[in-house]
Design a protein around this ligand. Structure first.
Ligand SMILES: [Zn+2]
Length: 338
């Protein structure tokens, strides 16, 4: 189904249909809809085994996407959304928010210069235990270890996985990632550590921005937001651990940057009603999930401010596909795409 839709979107008829639907969208612009984009890395992963390619968009693709949204959407800042949330008037038609998760160094190198050139506001969600720690995220350590190891197989809780070819290594990563994400956070981190040690590979150098660089970006206009401290799945923690991760992240930002907005992004889609209620209790006003959804704002019962949907942009997101996903029409189609 997904492949079929992708092919339809990229066919000449599909591209024409998107252009038509964009005109219909412009008509419906009096309705309050919020589109949120999520990026992780802007870097060309070709030939670099330290870069996990499934979260990377090339600088060229990013530049093309930003030129498009700058021309066709009204990119708003997080502060504008917070003001709207707190009751001040309205959002502009075709409002779109740009977010980055995880605070990789390539944000400063490739993304921010492009955003600045277009005058586009952006929010960077930072897992605050990582800056200046020298540590890398578990998925980067695991991916790097699997790609460069001399070992021909890896032992996982689910059995032995072959590492003969590049394709087998990619498959092993996918399997292991699922296993890691199914475990309580501490156990998961021990498993990653054991696998990487077993493969005999040194961890890659950290590619995460330090506090000096983050302060500089904040001074230049980047909004920083809480993304936990250690990047656990919030629904794989006790509620008190989840609270310490969310509030701790906000306090780290306040201490290092001087101030921080009450906003939060859930790592890797780990969300539960209990965590959502805890965030509300702790005064968070906006929280962003990884669920693909356009957000309708002027609903009678109000939107789900602590469960906002986002559109993830990855290496397979062509400009055509991005344009299709930004259409209001795709809000109803999102389920069949997901
Ligand atoms: Zn993240």
């Amino acid at each position: 189904m997904k492949e079929l839709l992708l092919r339809a979107v990229h066919s000449p008829v599909g591209t024409q249909a998107i252009a038509q639907l964009e005109r219909v969208d412009a008509w419906r612009s009096q309705e309050d809809w919020l589109r949120v984009l999520t990026y992780h890395r802007v870097i060309d992963p070709a030939g670099d085994p330290t870069v996990y390619p499934r979260i990377a968009v090339t600088p060229q693709a990013f530049a093309e996407q930003m030129a498009f949204v700058a021309q066709h959407y009204r990119v708003i800042s997080m502060q504008e959304l917070l003001d709207y949330r707190r009751g001040s008037c309205c959002l502009p038609p075709r409002a779109l928010l740009i977010t980055f998760d995880d605070g990789y160094t390539d944000f400063a190198e490739h993304a921010w210069p492009t955003l600045r050139r277009h005058g586009l506001p952006v929010t960077l969600f930072v897992p605050t235990a990582f800056p200046d720690s020298g540590e890398s995220f578990w998925w980067d350590r695991l991916y790097h270890a699997l790609m460069v190891t001399q070992a021909q197989e890896v032992t996982s809780p689910g059995g032995v996985l072959p590492l003969g070819s590049r394709a087998e290594r990619e498959r092993a990563f996918t399997r292991l990632r699922e296993q890691v994400k199914s475990l309580p956070h501490q156990e998961a981190m021990v498993l990653v550590q054991e696998i990487c040690q077993g493969l005999g590979v040194e961890p890659p150098p950290s590619a995460i921005l330090g506090w000096d660089a983050l302060r500089r970006l904040a001074e230049e206009g980047v909004t920083l937001g809480a993304h936990t401290r250690t990047h656990p799945l919030m629904n794989r923690l006790s509620l008190e651990e989840a609270r310490a991760e969310a509030v701790g992240s906000l306090r780290d930002l306040e201490r290092e940057i001087g101030s921080a907005l009450p906003i939060f992004a859930y790592p890797s889609g780990g969300i539960s009603p209990e965590v959502e209620a805890m965030l509300a209790q702790e005064g968070f006003a906006l929280a962003f999930t990884t669920y693909r959804k356009l957000n309708r704002l002027n609903l009678r019962q109000g939107p789900e401010w602590l469960r906002l949907g986002r559109i993830n942009v990855g290496p397979r997101t062509s400009l055509t596909l991005l344009r299709a996903q930004l259409l209001l029409w795709s809000a109803s189609l999102a389920r069949s795409f997901a």
